[in-house]
Design a protein around this ligand. Structure first.
Ligand SMILES: [Zn+2]
Length: 136
């Protein structure tokens, strides 16, 4: 998966930060749902050197701030679960004013996945790639 480069999808790539890579999540039912993947293999935050841990959080923070600005989020969600894919990856999800279930984590909201392709996918990636690089 993350180590083998089979997920997240390469055509969903947004940005390469120093310790992490950023991808648009396959399912855009919650617009702006983004994945931040730690570049080397590790499964728990306590396996990282303190300096890596600090920097990773700074990178997750940079992604969150960008998403909040671009999507005018009411609240940001940060999820580091790893039950299905242990390799460290954060789900960073802007929750918007039209959210169908603002009190629930996204996983508990039944829905059909909203998959983007072509121009819609490129537009969603471009909206984030530029401000994310400018935020460095
Ligand atoms: Zn891995």
């Amino acid at each position: 998966m993350a180590c083998q480069g089979t997920w997240p999808r390469k055509d969903h790539f947004i940005a390469d930060l120093e310790l992490s890579k950023v991808y648009l999540h396959d399912d855009q039912y919650f617009p702006g749902w983004t994945i931040v993947v730690f570049q080397r293999h590790a499964t728990e935050l306590f396996q990282l050197a303190p300096t890596e841990r600090f920097q990773l959080i700074e990178e997750v923070n940079r992604v969150a701030k960008t998403l909040a600005d671009v999507y005018q989020a009411k609240k940001m969600n940060y999820e580091l679960l790893g039950n299905q894919l242990p390799h460290i990856h954060w789900h960073v999800i802007p929750r918007l004013s039209g959210d169908p279930a603002p009190m629930e984590p996204v996983w508990r909201v039944p829905h059909s996945p909203r998959l983007l392709a072509g121009a819609a996918l490129h537009e969603a990636i471009d909206r984030l790639a530029c401000p994310l690089h400018m935020a460095r």
